[in-house]
Design a protein around this ligand. Structure first.
Ligand code: LMR
Length: 328
C-alpha cells in the first residue's frame, strides 16, 4: 500500500513537472518605431513565424514605439537579460564599437542595393559578431532606407541653408561630425523625444527616412524635407549572447530560421514602405518636399566629405574599402 502511494506521488510529481516544462518561453522584442515601419513589420513577421515554427514553445511579445525602452535603455536591459531582442539603428552602437560607424559615413553607399551587398559580404557578416565581448550577438541586418533632411525654414537646397541650425541626431559621433562639417549644431537625442523637440523649436531640423518622418509626424512640424539621400538607417537585430547560446538547440534553430525569413520579408518590403510614406507626406501637403539636382547633391557631398578622413582610422580603412566595393 505504502509503495502504491509512493508511486502515485512520483507520477503526480512528474506530470506536474512536465506540465511546467511545457510552458512557452516568453521572449520580449522591444523597438522604437511604429508597427507600420519596415522594422515594425519585421518584428511582427518574426513573432508570427517563430510561434508557427515552435508551437507552444515560445511566446514572442513585441513592444513597438519605445513602449518598453528607448534604444540606450534597451541595450542596458539586454545585457541584464530583461529583454531578449532589439533592433537598434547601427548609429546607436557607437558606445560599443567604432567599426559599425562605417554605416554613418555620409554618401558612402550609392543606393540600398549597395547596402544589401555590403551587409551580405564577408566583412558585413563578420561585423555581426563584433560586439560579443559586450554581450551582444548580432543575428541579422534589417533595412529601413535612405535618410532625408528636414528643417523648419522655407529653403533647404544647399549646405548654406542649414548653417547655424540645430539638428537632432542619433547617438553617433560620425553624425555629430557630419553636422559640424555643415556649420550646423547637432544635438544627440532619443527617438521618442524628437517630435516634441521639433514642435517646440528645441531643434530646427532632423534627418531620417520617409517612414520614420511620416509615422512620427515630423512632416507636420517641419516646413521642408530635402531629398538628400545622404545616409542610411539600417538596423542590427541583436540578442543577449549568453542567453542565445544557452537556449535548447531546437528553440535556437527555430528562432534562427524565423529570423532569416523575417529578415528577407522586411528587407523586401522596406523600399515599398518608404515610397508609400513619401507619397502620404506629399498628399498631406504640410511640409514641402524639395527635390535636388545633381549639382545640389554634389554640394552636400563635398561639404560632408571631411568626415571620412576624420573617422578613417577609428573605423578602419579596410572596413571603409569593403563598403565602397559594394557600390560596384
Ligand atoms: C532614430 O533614432 O532616428 C532611429 O534610429 C529610429 C529607428 O529605429 O529607426
Amino acid at each position: 500500500m505504502k509503495v502504491c502511494f509512493k508511486l502515485l506521488g512520483i507520477i503526480v510529481l512528474s506530470l506536474f513537472l512536465s506540465a511546467c516544462s511545457e510552458q512557452p518561453i516568453t521572449i520580449k522584442f522591444s523597438h522604437v518605431t511604429a508597427d507600420s515601419t519596415p522594422k515594425g513589420q519585421g518584428a511582427l513577421k518574426f513573432k508570427e513565424l517563430a510561434e508557427q515554427k515552435l508551437p507552444g514553445k515560445v511566446e514572442i511579445q513585441v513592444f513597438p514605439n519605445s513602449q518598453l525602452f528607448d534604444d540606450d535603455q534597451g541595450m542596458d536591459a539586454l545585457q541584464l537579460g530583461d529583454v531578449h531582442f532589439l533592433a537598434p539603428s547601427l548609429s546607436k552602437f557607437d558606445r560599443y564599437t567604432k567599426k559599425l560607424q562605417v554605416f554613418d559615413l555620409p554618401f558612402l553607399f550609392d543606393d540600398i542595393d549597395a547596402v544589401q551587398r555590403f551587409q551580405n559580404s564577408s566583412t558585413g557578416v563578420e561585423l555581426l559578431d563584433t560586439m560579443r565581448d559586450k554581450g551582444f550577438q548580432g543575428l541579422a541586418y534589417w533595412l529601413n532606407g535612405m535618410k532625408e533632411l528636414s528643417t523648419n525654414r522655407p529653403q533647404l537646397q544647399r549646405p548654406e541653408d542649414v548653417e547655424g541650425l540645430k539638428f537632432r541626431i542619433q547617438e553617433s559621433d560620425v553624425l555629430q561630425a557630419q553636422f559640424r562639417a555643415l556649420d550646423a549644431n547637432p544635438q544627440k537625442m532619443a527617438f521618442s523625444e524628437v517630435y516634441q523637440a521639433l514642435q517646440t523649436g528645441v531643434v530646427d531640423g532632423q534627418e531620417n527616412t520617409w517612414s520614420n518622418i511620416y509615422t512620427q509626424k515630423y512632416h507636420e512640424v517641419q516646413d521642408v524635407i530635402a531629398e538628400t539621400n545622404h545616409g542610411i538607417i539600417l538596423y542590427m537585430v541583436i540578442t543577449n549572447a549568453r542567453w542565445w547560446d544557452g537556449l535548447p538547440e531546437d528553440i535556437r534553430t527555430g528562432l534562427a530560421e524565423a529570423m532569416a525569413e523575417a529578415t528577407e520579408y522586411a528587407n523586401r518590403l522596406s523600399n515599398e514602405i518608404n515610397l508609400q510614406h513619401r507619397t502620404e507626406i506629399e498628399v498631406a501637403g504640410k511640409a514641402r518636399i524639395q527635390t535636388l539636382t545633381p549639382e545640389d547633391i554634389a554640394q552636400w557631398r563635398s561639404a560632408m566629405a571631411p568626415v571620412w578622413k576624420e573617422y578613417e582610422s577609428e573605423i578602419g580603412k579596410d572596413i571603409i574599402d569593403a563598403a565602397l566595393n559594394a557600390n560596384n
